[in-house]
Design a binder for this molecule. Sequence first.
Ligand code: ATP
Length: 352
Amino acid sequence: MSSLEISALCKRYGPAVALDGVSLTAGQGELVSLLGPSGCGKTTALRCIAGFIDPDDGDIRANGVSILATPSSKRDFGVVFQNYALFPHLNVAENVGYGLLFRKGSKAERERRVREVLEQVQLVGLEHRLPRELSGGQQQRVALARALVIQPRLLLLDEPLANLDARLRDDVRWLIRDVQQASRTTAFYVTHDQAEAMAISDKIAVMKNGKVAQFASPREIYQRPAERYVASFTGEANFLAAEVERALGGGLFRVRAGGATLDVRGAGPFAGSAVLLARPESLAIVTDGTGQLEGRVVKSVFLGAVQHCEVVLRDGASVRLGTPPDRPLPADGTVSVRLDVDRTWLMPDAVP
Ligand code: ATP
């Protein structure tokens, strides 16, 4: 297993800049997700790591040694694609065992290893099926087994769940994570789905126009996003324009936002205006006098387990929050809203 370090990676396609100085590191056994919208450079980064394309600039090191001069076939990496890319005329066992044909080892050893991996991905009993006789989820598990059978130094996954329906997606995602952790394989995972990235990763690189906007743990990315783009790409987010009055020390700042004075968390330093992130779960409609914000409910939607409300605050800013579905809202819509200070996050309002 390898650690992998990417430094200042650049790749241009004519005038288009696909990667613009990407740097990140995966420690041994870690799963790192590359998360971002279409066209931000995720796949290009993965392809550079795999050796399918050469970067124009920068370096990629495995265990401290540059691999740029090593051809793709010699990197010992396992790759799983969105479209499975199985050999249609080979059965499951043959597909999985294919990568072992070019390596040392007897036929009996190969068969033992194939069986071991098929057990890991829960496909025992389907060895003799052809890919077209399998469901999408099963095909993707064959692809995963085929990538793992060689005990790769690195596992690369490019949107592996994109072709699966929602329920299967969860199952296969759990399986990928279980198998990756059990085999302690270092992995890079490309996705545009924030929930998927949150659930599966040790670290997430949120990408924006060929750059890494933030590289941190899922918790850090969600709770302490570096900028508005990261916050909105990693979950439901309310943003309030905030005027910073002063730093209170200990990571607290006194701001004017939503028509009230609030003490909120942030990393600073801030001068003048900033953006206050309040995730829906940090806001609650209260009737016990503990609310810091006043507003009016302008819309509410019953969703079974929760009721979603849109509340316009005193300064005209609107926020979305959830309330228990059985709690009646006041007839005139006027409400008091409590902000959980520990779950707020102040961010710079302009990022270069
Ligand atoms: P998606 O989720 O849609 O696959 P992505 O984040 O993986 O997007 P990339 O495929 O890495 O993005 O593409 C990054 C940029 O580079 C895009 O603007 C894309 O149009 C461009 N690009 C990628 N491959 C090529 C190519 N072979 N020739 C020209 N431009 C390319």
